[in-house]
Write a protein that binds this ligand. Structure first.
Ligand SMILES: NC(=O)c1ccc[n+]([C@@H]2O[C@H](COP(=O)([O-])OP(=O)(O)OC[C@H]3O[C@@H](n4cnc5c(N)ncnc54)[C@H](O)[C@@H]3O)[C@@H](O)[C@H]2O)c1
Length: 305
């Protein structure tokens, strides 16, 4: 089997995702697409140079939608990061991301792509719902990185606080990849020990550190790329290898009636199932509030011309 992945939008995030794919040898064929055709071509040449020093080889194809017909995964990172509103509000990108989706969706549909679409572009949950409505595919084939990156940030904040390794911190941030997200502390463990066993902690400060972690980076760099590229590649690899690994993803929740960040088992068909969580009553309320926020922002996106 030839592992084929497409990346649409070769800006900061798209190119870092491509670099991660190439250096980890996660794909045999990588298709890079950007409406700035020269930019995608230049990035492909730079990536091609890197391969002289790598133990794996990735065939690079530029700006060819037809090549997506054979892809297992397409990662969508198109948009315009300069539209992020003051304070790091990802909803500033509603119009630019809608425009990019409207431009790409017909070409993606026409390409014959039959794999799994992973949206990174923000506002991520809103974009996933919009993609699902526009394309009408089985919802399990369309997901977003959602609170995957926020969960990484929670793991970093907890690890720094407790003096443990962030790889040993498990659990989830849930809901919107945005201000209404929350850390579900009932799910957080350090190895097999519940975080609650660590005594009194300032949970509000830790949750805020993960919620605001992106802004802390963004206000200096004006973009973020390494964390998101890593989680996107982890998810893509799980789909390609039918790994049945669980990630917090923006994906359909029948009960909430919306796609929203919650754990999903990923495999070749996309979302295979959603593990049940035993959330507390307060966490359930936060989740419902986040679902309502995504629905309101989706209505805003749909109302745009
Ligand atoms: N979900 C997350 O956790 C997360 C984290 C970081 C960034 N992001 C999001 O990822 C997206 C990309 O960020 P970035 O910093 O790479 O932005 P960027 O502005 O650097 O790059 C966007 C790229 O998309 C291209 N593009 C725009 N419209 C297109 C179209 N119709 N077809 C093809 N290409 C098109 C642009 O030419 C540009 O190269 C943003 O929406 C950003 O908010 C999400």
């Amino acid at each position: 089997m030839t592992r084929t992945v497409g990346i649409i939008g070769i800006g900061h995030v798209g190119v870092t995702t491509a670099y991660t794919m190439v250096t980890k040898g996660l794909a045999d064929r990588l298709i890079l697409i950007d409406k700035q055709a020269d930019r995608a071509a230049a990035e492909a040449l730079d990536l091609a140079d890197a391969q002289a020093g790598l133990p794996t080889f990735t065939q690079l194809i530029v700006n060819d939608y037809a090549a997506l017909a054979d892809a297992e995964v397409v990662i969508f990172a198109a948009g315009d990061i300069s539209q992020v509103a003051a304070g790091g509000d990802r909803n500033g990108e509603i119009a630019s991301t809608k425009l990019a989706i409207d431009e790409v969706a017909p070409q993606l549909a026409q390409s014959g792509f039959a794999g799994v679409l992973i949206d990174i572009s923000n506002p991520c949950d809103v974009a996933v719902n919009y993609w699902q409505q526009l394309l009408g595919w089985k919802r399990q084939r369309i997901l977003g990185t959602g609170t995957g990156l926020d969960t990484y940030r929670m793991r970093r904040a907890v690890a720094e606080k407790l003096g443990v390794n962030l790889a040993d911190v498990r659990g989830y941030n849930l809901g919107e990849h945005g201000a209404s997200q929350f850390t579900a502390w009932s799910t957080v463990y350090i190895n097999s020990t519940a975080i609650t066993a660590y005594g009194a902690l300032d949970y509000a400060a830790l949750a805020e550190a993960s919620r605001q972690g992106g802004w802390q980076i963004f206000k200096t760099k004006h973009y973020t790329n390494y964390g998101i590229a890593t989680i996107a590649c982890e998810m893509a690899a799980a789909v390609i290898s039918d790994a049945r690994r669980v990630f917090p993803c923006a994906c359909w929740d029948e009960t909430a009636g919306i796609s929203i960040g919650h754990p999903a088992m990923l495999g070749r068909a996309g979302v295979l199932s959603n593990p049940e969580l035993a959330l507390t009553a307060a966490e359930k309320t936060q989740y419902q509030h986040s679902a309502a926020t995504i629905k309101a922002n989706l209505a805003t996106m749909q109302a745009l011309p």
